[in-house]
Ligand binder design. Structure first.
Ligand code: NAP
Ligand code: GDP
Length: 318
């Protein structure tokens, strides 16, 4: 292939990276050469190792997914690590992309980095409007700096470095580790273990009342490809399901119970943290570009993820 894009995906072995790989493989385009990286290829916290990796592949485009990522409880106990590792990785990837003349970088923020005290729905203009929720301030400030850096690279060097802001993501290849996972993979793992042991009480942490927008990783992957190919602004864009698709942790847990056909009861451990009550994000900007984009119905996406986990337990990140 000559003259086409060489797309380097950092964090290519993770939840979002694997979903992008699945969609790319299903398309069979010949004008794009995709390279999916994991931490085994290089520790992106290390400038020299990162530079070597870029010199090996000479990307024209970068999707920067690599990050220290985790659920509420992992963030609460590791704010410093989340901040430092992500600041280092982001600084190296953006600076080396600039040094190597990469044409476009798409990095990843998250709706959980938005201000804690805010008006709803939250939109792209509100990212820096006040402190994030204290539970994940390390991750949040590191991620917010990507937007600041994108603007600085644009102002000083005219780079097209942009970012997307996904809501809570789930799907095949997620991190199902009970200590560090987000809520959906954590509860899938938990419920699967309970069923295997013949238990009949499914304990969900917190009150079950917080509200979340959840996006299926394969839907997010399709949106990522659109951003890479067709969204040419430095300004961030929220990639989220509609506001009407927001569900409570309780409703989401009931959907898991259905997908597993679990006959026991759900109990809420109210001694555990709820985190931010809601982060309702507006996808109005996305809808202006893609008014007809169809998200996979939540029950279908949950069922596919549960089925994937049951089939792939031995290779899943547990
Ligand atoms: P993930 O499944 O935990 O994957 C993380 C990826 O980053 C893995 O490929 C991992 O490589 C790589 N990585 C971690 N540390 C690295 C290092 N020091 N050097 C090189 N690579 C490193 O995460 P994800 O859920 O796919 O998240 C992808 C992006 O989406 C992240 O930027 C995250 O902040 C953002 N995001 C995620 C969510 C969510 O709900 N999951 C929501 C909003 C935004 P190994 O596999 O080798 O460890
Ligand atoms: P967030 O969306 O960024 O807050 O992160 P999570 O995906 O970790 O979701 C946290 C929400 O799910 C909080 O309201 C938690 O109380 C609730 N939750 C219930 N059970 C669990 C669990 O087993 N793991 C996690 N991570 N969260 C849980």
């Amino acid at each position: 292939m000559s003259g086409g894009k060489v797309v380097l995906v950092t964090g290519g072995s993770g939840l979002v990276g694997k979903a992008i790989e699945t969609v790319v493989l299903s398309e069979k385009r010949t004008d794009e050469n995709w390279i999916f990286l994991s931490s085994k290829d290089a520790d992106l916290c290390d400038y020299n190792a990162t530079k070597k990796l870029f010199e090996k592949h000479h990307p024209t485009h970068v999707i920067h997914l690599a990050a220290m990522v985790g659920g509420l409880f992992h963030n609460m106990s590791h704010n410093l690590d989340f901040m430092r590792k992500n600041l280092h990785m982001n600084d190296n990837v953006l600076q080396i992309s600039y040094e190597m003349g990469v044409k476009k970088v798409v990095s990843c923020l998250s709706t959980c980095i938005f201000p804690d005290k805010t008006e709803y729905p939250i939109d792209e203009t509100m990212i820096h409007n006040g402190p994030p929720h204290p539970s994940n301030f390390g991750y949040s400030y590191a991620k917010r700096m990507i937007d600041v850096m994108n603007k600085a690279y644009h102002e000083q060097h005219n780079c097209l470095f942009t970012s997307v802001v996904p809501c809570n993501v789930f799907g095949p290849h997620d991190n199902f580790n009970l200590e560090s996972s987000h809520v959906i993979p954590g509860l899938i793992r938990k419920l699967n273990d309970i069923i295997q042991k013949g238990g009949n009480t499914f304990t969900v942490m917190g009150t079950g009342k917080p509200l979340r927008q959840f996006i299926y990783s394969l839907d997010l992957a399709r949106l990522f490809l659109w951003v890479l190919r067709d969204y040419d602004s430095v300004e961030p864009i929220i990639l989220s399901v509609d506001e009407s698709a927001e569900v409570s942790i309780k409703e989401m847990s009931q959907e898991l119970v259905k997908a597993f056909d679990f006959k026991g009861e759900i109990v809420f451990d109210t001694t555990k943290a709820d985190g931010q009550f809601k982060k309702t994000a507006s996808n109005e900007k996305l809808r202006k570009f893609l008014p007809d984009f169809k998200f996979t119905p939540f029950p279908t996406a949950i069922k596919e993820t549960v089925d994937w986990y049951r089939k792939n337990q031995s290779i899943a990140r547990n």
